[in-house]
Design a protein around this ligand. Structure first.
Ligand code: C5P
Length: 268
């Protein structure tokens, strides 16, 4: 037997930081979206938990023992008492520490795979709650459908999907750790998220301070014909441009990572 699951990249179409919390996290209002582009996770029965990495971004991931896939598997086993063990193989395409939720998407895919393969059948609420114990946006990645994230990002609200809009993702090949970007937030609440198109990413300023090249990426995306919304995703450094019709052919001014894809709609 072999099971496979897609692990779509996550985008924050808007990300409003509303305040610091006593637990060290920040209260957010964010619109999560997912793309057709992503990683792929395979799983086969094994005598003990295992993980193998392949794909263009495999060498950028940290030590295997720290990988969120194995932590998700162990968390699932502890919560459900399942006995069988599995070996995972990850095709890693999403850049690491990039604001695209790669590690969270992988953990979420592992939870969905285990839930399906073992016939455990946890409902979406329980699987998302399990995801939330692994990271603030793992619950959204378990769902992998456009939704609003509140609290640390783990309190999810449904929202009408905006459709399969073409999107260009650009990362200047600098890894940006999430914690320091949140720590650099200036503490001023700029208001709630209502219309995401006119919304913001409140972490942009802090991320640009840490990695000024992000400003160059945003400036370049804004020059592309037909770009409707240009913004950073998550804590960066990946930025995106949305288009109504298609992504224009364009060559960036530097050796940046570029991916033309579409929002996943409700097809994930
Ligand atoms: O939950 P996760 O491990 O993905 O978060 C990584 C770091 O990002 C946290 O340790 C915290 O510093 C920061 N964070 C935050 N507020 C959030 C989400 C993440 O401050 N809502």
């Amino acid at each position: 037997m072999r099971w496979t699951e897609r692990a779509p990249a996550k985008l924050n179409l808007a990300l409003h930081v509303r305040g610091r919390r006593p637990d060290g996290y920040h209260d957010l209002e964010t619109l999560f979206a997912f793309t057709r582009f992503g990683d792929r996770l395979e799983m086969i029965p094994a005598s003990e938990w295992g993980l193998e990495l392949a794909g263009p971004m495999a060498r950028d991931t940290g030590p295997l023992a720290d990988n969120l896939i194995l932590r998700a598997a162990q968390g699932f086993a502890a919560a459900t008492g399942i006995r069988p063990r599995f070996a995972f193989r990850l095709d890693k395409r999403i850049p690491v520490a990039a604001g695209l939720g790669g590690g969270s998407a992988n953990a979420a895919a592992a939870l969905r795979l285990l839930n399906r393969a073992t016939g455990t059948g946890l409902d979406a609420t329980r699987l998302e709650a399990l995801g939330a114990t692994l990271g603030a946006d793992v619950a959204a990645c378990v769902r992998s459908r456009m939704c609003i994230g509140l609290g640390r990002g783990e309190v999810l609200r449904p929202v009408p999907d905006v459709g399969r809009l073409p999107v260009l993702l650009v990362n200047p090949r600098v890894a940006v750790p999430t914690g320091p970007v949140f720590a650099g937030w200036d503490g001023s609440d700029r208001g709630k998220l209502s219309d995401w198109r006119r919304g913001r990413n409140d972490l942009q300023e802090s991320a640009v301070r840490l990695q000024p090249v992000i400003a160059d990426v945003l400036a370049w995306l804004k020059t592309l014909p037909g770009a409707t919304i240009v913004r950073m995703s998550g804590s960066g450094a990946t930025c995106f441009a949305l288009f109504e019709q298609s992504v224009p052919a364009a060559v960036p001014p530097a050796d940046w990572w570029v991916m033309a894809t579409k929002l996943a709609g409700s097809a994930v």
